[in-house]
Ligand binder design. Structure first.
Ligand code: ADP
Length: 300
């Protein structure tokens, strides 16, 4: 029998309505290739709903997901054997050490052979740089350590796909860098879906992205290709803080932020809007805001 290679996850026409009537996913179709994939969207866009569905933890109204020869929504047991999931919030038992908790979770994941389990727990504690603090309670860990523990538990059983939901929210800058480094290391040997509202996380790590908003995929592709679409169309201008609303009436302002005490705006325009504007290379944040405004095309 020919086994279909696990080269991408194919999501087709996925819709989800919660019992209170909220339509969290609206006919989503998306191909997720292997490697690091960034799912970018503001809070409430539907990212967690999609991640929980991929992790087989939630039912949908309609649609299909296939990963290689696995029908993800039907064959949950097989999918669970190859997926690791770090949810937005994961509970830990108070007072239980990282080593004990990871060993317990390894048993739940079906790693029954004691020696194999011990070896894998030891390996993952090393990989996530928690080996020296393995006897300490996870409940007393810092945010960054806890997220690294979250990755260790997601990697139990050598999953082919790892899903991480908003992993850097609440981490300080040093912890964030350490965590992203760990994630990119993981991405060398498995597919990783990184769901986040933080554009920089995705820009630094992901060769493929999808931008979602209000339950729909607005755009998908590689950041480099998407940036090409906007080349020559993003303009930077400094204005005084009081002039923002005037600028918003005059120009298509896609973002504004303070830089060294001055307000800097980015404008979308095919031509130079005025001589106080300078052309800038678009970045992923420009793509993100243009996508939200409907200024770039789907599947570019
Ligand atoms: P994100 O992860 O992008 O923040 P979510 O998937 O959590 O988005 O949420 C998408 C929408 O679905 C939001 O409007 C949210 O309020 C709603 N939602 C999420 N979970 C539930 C739930 N269990 N019951 C009802 N509505 C929900």
């Amino acid at each position: 029998m020919l086994i279909k290679l696990m080269t991408k996850i194919e999501i087709r026409n996925l819709s989800k309505t919660y019992p209170n009537g909220t339509k969290a996913l609206k006919n989503i179709s998306l191909d997720i290739p292997m490697g690091m994939f960034g799912l970018l969207g503001s809070n409430g866009a539907g990212k967690s709903s999609l991640m929980r569905t991929l992790a087989t933890l939630q039912e949908v109204d309609s649609g299909t997901i296939t990963f290689g020869d696995i029908n993800v929504l039907k064959d949950k047991t097989r999918m669970r054997q190859i997926v690791g999931y770090l949810p937005q919030e994961f509970g830990v038992y108070p007072g239980v050490s990282a080593e004990r908790l990871l060993t317990h979770l390894a048993t739940l994941k079906g790693i029954r052979n004691t020696k194999q389990r011990q070896e894998q727990v030891k390996y993952l504690l090393h990989q996530t740089n928690l080996y020296n603090v393995r006897h300490k309670a996870v409940s007393g860990y810092s945010g960054g350590m806890r997220q690294r523990f979250g990755i260790a538990q997601a990697l139990l059983g050598n999953p082919k796909l790892i899903i991480v939901d908003e992993p850097t929210a609440g981490l300080d800058p040093g912890e964030r860098v350490r965590f992203l480094n760990l994630l990119s290391q993981v991405g060398e040997t498995a597919a990783v879906i990184l769901s986040t509202h933080i554009v920089e996380d995705v820009a630094e790590l992901c060769p493929h992205v999808a931008i979602v908003s209000e339950g729909r995929v607005l755009i998908t592709g590689s950041p480099v290709e998407l940036m090409l679409q906007l080349k020559g169309k993003i303009w930077r201008r400094e204005i005084s803080r009081n002039d923002l609303s005037i600028a918003q009436r005059r120009f298509k302002v896609i973002k504004s932020k303070f830089y060294l005490g001055r307000l800097v705006i980015h404008i979308f325009s095919s031509n130079c809007p005025d001589n106080a504007c300078e052309s800038v290379e678009p970045d992923l944040e420009d793509i993100y805001f243009c996508a939200l405004e409907g200024l770039v095309q789907v599947g570019a």
